[in-house]
Design a protein around this ligand. Structure first.
Ligand code: CP
Ligand code: NVA
Length: 311
């Protein structure tokens, strides 16, 4: 989303398919030339500082942004939400104004999406969504890159989601609209996607079907995707586990997908819950490629934020 000429990366729905395609392709190109002589002069973040603010724990987002910023010539500055007491010690708007005086971009993980939007509204530097309760766009950019590395262009293909409806699924739904693939979703009725994202998908003409039968969703799919049953900020773990048991990805369910289907999970995984060891450690699993591709896809995102990829 470009606001006052500032290139924020907040949600996939803010972008045209063409821009997102350019960003994924830029990430793929950077991956291909990484650590080769061709990469040496490619430093769109040279002399730039990027704040990395985490209100929740992280391994992948923390590492991939830290390494990616450095590889692009920039310098990350890490701060936890606890240290700055975000939204408590001072208004989010003032935090945004102050951070903008020190750094050239802000990557932030916080549960409250409205607070992210408030931060972006008052920041005078790009803001990147590193996960909110509503969405996880950087993850799905990496997932798109991963899908295409293994399966070729995603346009017209079928992706199945089974399990909880959460932030990662919301970004997959937005991606389905922008990259023109079919998304079949199976969740318990009580944990189905909310009206806002469902209405958005309808308005955008996305090919997204919602149901409650994991077998039906997965049948013949090119990729089977799941995520934790209990996301950060969720309560009521025991009830969620009971509702979600029929949505576990095991070998039998995976066997209903296309024979060459891939298994995807953003990690961290809860083995024996949403996925069995046999599937996540099996030959169809691409979960560690997804983790690595956070680095490459986000280098595309960072390059776009700093004007090195076309709008
Ligand atoms: N997938 C993901 O965002 O992982 P982290 O929570 O470890 O950053
Ligand atoms: N849906 C998970 C993703 C973690 C990367 C969560 O929000 O906790």
């Amino acid at each position: 989303m470009t606001a006052n000429g500032i290139r924020h990366f907040l949600d996939l729905s803010d972008f045209s398919g063409a821009t997102l395609r350019d960003i994924v392709d830029a990430g793929a190109a950077m991956k291909a030339r990484r650590r080769t002589p061709a990469d040496a002069g490619d430093k769109p973040l040279a002399g730039k500082f990027v704040a990395m603010v985490f209100e929740q724990p992280s391994l992948r987002t923390r590492m991939s942004f830290d390494v990616g910023i450095r590889e692009l010539g920039g310098e990350p500055v890490m701060v936890t939400g606890k240290e700055i007491e975000l939204g408590e010690r001072e208004a989010i708007a003032d935090t945004a104004r102050v951070l903008s005086r020190f750094v050239d971009a802000i990557m932030i993980r916080m549960l409250k999406h409205d607070a992210l939007l408030e931060l972006a509204k008052y920041a005078t530097v790009p803001v990147i969504n590193g996960l909110t309760k509503k969405s996880h766009p950087c993850q799905v950019m990496a997932d798109l890159l991963t899908f295409e590395e293994h399966k070729g262009p995603i346009r017209g293909r079928t992706v199945a989601w089974t399990g909880d409806s959460n932030n990662v699924l919301a970004s997959w739904i937005e991606a389905a609209a922008r990259f023109d693939f079919r998304l079949r979703v199976a969740t318990p009725p009580e944990l189905a996607p909310g009206a806002a994202i469902v209405d958005w998908a309808k308005r955008e003409g996305a090919d997204v079907s919602l149901g409650h039968d994991a077998e039906e969703a997965v049948s013949g799919a090119d990729a089977v995707v799941t995520d934790s049953w209990v996301s950060m900020g969720d309560g009521d773990g025991e009830r969620r586990h009971n509702l979600l048991k029929p949505f576990q990805v095991d070998e039998r369910l995976m066997g209903l997908a296309a024979p060459d289907a891939i298994f995807m999970h953003c990690l961290p995984a809860h083995r024996g819950e949403e996925v069995t060891d046999a599937v996540i450690d099996g030959p169809q699993s691409v979960v560690f490629d997804e983790a690595e591709n956070r680095l490459h896809a986000q280098k595309g995102v960072l390059a776009w934020c700093f004007g090195a990829v076309s709008a």
